[in-house]
Design a protein around this ligand. Structure first.
Ligand code: IYR
Length: 228
């Protein structure tokens, strides 16, 4: 197919305004935390819709947009998801599926197999990766960089929720196959992340952890001798 192009004119801001916006966006995102204590207060569907719309602006391999967001507020379905997740997580934490090194890595976060919030939050948003699509003739149509694309969409989803004052958690009960069954998704979709979404409980607590510094995570122009 011939490419077609249209004009794109993002605003050119002056540097002072760029700096102010960059600082305020950083302050906003630096205040985000993953939450495991949620309020049961309802969240309007329109807000979840907007977070999904925003997430779905993500770039994707060959623009295939290989994501599906399955939003669940039905208490019976949330309960089934909680029960299935806890069954898997109990086997992971207590049944020897997670090696000691992994359990040690998680110890400072205070996580465990019990996931009551999966039932009490107003929304569960389960993100699926579309491993492949379908051609008109019914044959599989390849997608590209699916994990990268869906990961970026999830990052934008988290930012959108935080911007509107909602909290979430990147929950990855393992293995996650039960989500496809409970939610009736087809074989070409694979569960990627389960996001409980709601307001943080008024008495929510989060682990006392620090983020790496800029210096820890950045290299500027590293020089490696060219030996060609
Ligand atoms: N899926 C488990 C274990 C877990 C794994 C990692 I890596 C974490 O950062 C946190 C938890 C759970 O959700 O408890």
């Amino acid at each position: 197919m011939e490419p077609r192009f249209v004009p794109y004119r993002p605003p050119r801001l002056d540097e002072r305004e760029m700096l102010e916006r960059a600082q305020s966006f950083h302050a906003l995102m630096a205040a985000r935390r993953s939450v495991r204590h949620f309020s049961a207060d309802p969240v309007p569907r329109e807000l979840i819709e907007l977070a999904i719309r925003t997430a779905a602006t993500a770039p994707s391999g060959a623009h295939r947009q290989p994501w599906r967001f399955v939003a669940v507020s039905d208490p019976a379905v949330k309960r089934r998801i909680r029960e299935a997740a806890e069954t898997e997580e109990r086997l992971s934490y207590q049944g020897g599926r997670m090696p000691p090194e992994w359990l040690e890595a998680l110890a400072p976060l205070g996580t465990g197999w019990k996931k009551p919030y999966l039932e009490t939050v107003p929304w569960l948003v389960v993100v699926f990766e579309e491993v492949h699509g379908w051609k008109d003739d019914g044959k599989p149509r390849k997608n590209y960089y699916v994990k990268e694309s869906v990961g970026i969409a999830c990052g934008i989803f988290i930012a959108a929720l935080h911007e509107m004052g909602l909290s979430t958690l990147t929950h990855t009960p393992s293995p996650m196959g039960f989500l496809r069954e409970i939610l009736g998704r087809p074989k070409n979709e694979r569960p990627y992340i389960l996001f409980p979404v709601g307001y943080a409980a008024p008495d929510a607590e989060v682990p006392d952890i620090r983020r790496k510094s800029l210096e820890d995570v950045t290299l500027w122009n590293p020089v490696v001798e060219d030996t060609r």
